[in-house]
Design a protein around this ligand. Structure first.
Ligand code: 5GP
Length: 188
């Protein structure tokens, strides 16, 4: 499959600030389109269905898997997450640079299915800082934080699989690096 528009996959451990870096980049490059994932996770306070995620029941998620409606999907910390394929195809066909914010297993699937995609790893300044950010979020139970940290350890070890690493020590600098990539990435 080749889409004819830049596809940038942003991954990195939970708590690293992927969302903040992406938000900065989108403000400075409004033509980029951010994929809205489907998930079986419950909404966090303030999250809006169709904006942050499409919040699905497990059955509805299964139906999409069966219909082959995901570019990729994965299980993460007890919930499932997937990238709906059709909207991505539509926006890429319209020539918009496409951004995906997904976890490691999904990024690996995109690499297989869309070798032209650029895989970007967002790295925390230090491990301690990541632990601090994850705890500081305050929206998750301690065992959920523990689970996310265990996964984060695995994700950190996979950084070398990515095409580019952006250190998130400063959101403006990291966001600008992402904008550069969105502007310069072509179909490899
Ligand atoms: P959260 O529950 O914190 O919103 O997301 C948990 C993890 O799932 C994050 O690492 C996030 O990037 C990832 N994620 C979000 N959407 C998708 C998706 O569509 N596919 C995959 N594989 N991971 C996703």
């Amino acid at each position: 499959m080749s889409l004819g528009a830049p596809i940038i996959v942003v991954a990195g451990p939970s708590g690293v600030g992927k969302g903040t870096v992406i938000a900065w980049a989108r403000q400075h490059m409004p033509q980029a389109w951010l994929s809205v994932s489907a998930t079986t996770r419950a909404p966090r306070p303030g999250e809006v269905d169709g904006v942050n995620y499409h919040f699905l029941t497990p059955d509805a998620f299964d139906a999409m898997v069966r219909a082959d409606a995901f570019l990729e999907w994965a299980e993460y910390a007890g919930n499932r997450y997937g990238t709906p394929l059709q909207p991505l195809l539509d926006h890429a066909a319209a020539g918009q640079p496409v951004l995906l914010e997904i976890e490691l297993q999904g990024a690996r699937q995109v690499r297989e299915r869309l070798p032209e995609a650029t895989l970007v790893f967002i790295a925390p300044p230090t491990w301690d800082e990541l632990v601090r950010r994850l705890n500081g979020r305050g929206t998750e139970a301690p065992e959920v934080v523990e689970r996310r940290l265990a996964t984060a350890r695995e994700e950190m070890a996979a950084a070398r699989e990515f095409d580019v690493t952006i250190l998130n020590d400063d959101v403006e600098r990291a966001g600008a690096a992402l904008v550069d990539l969105l502007g310069s990435a072509t179909t490899k």
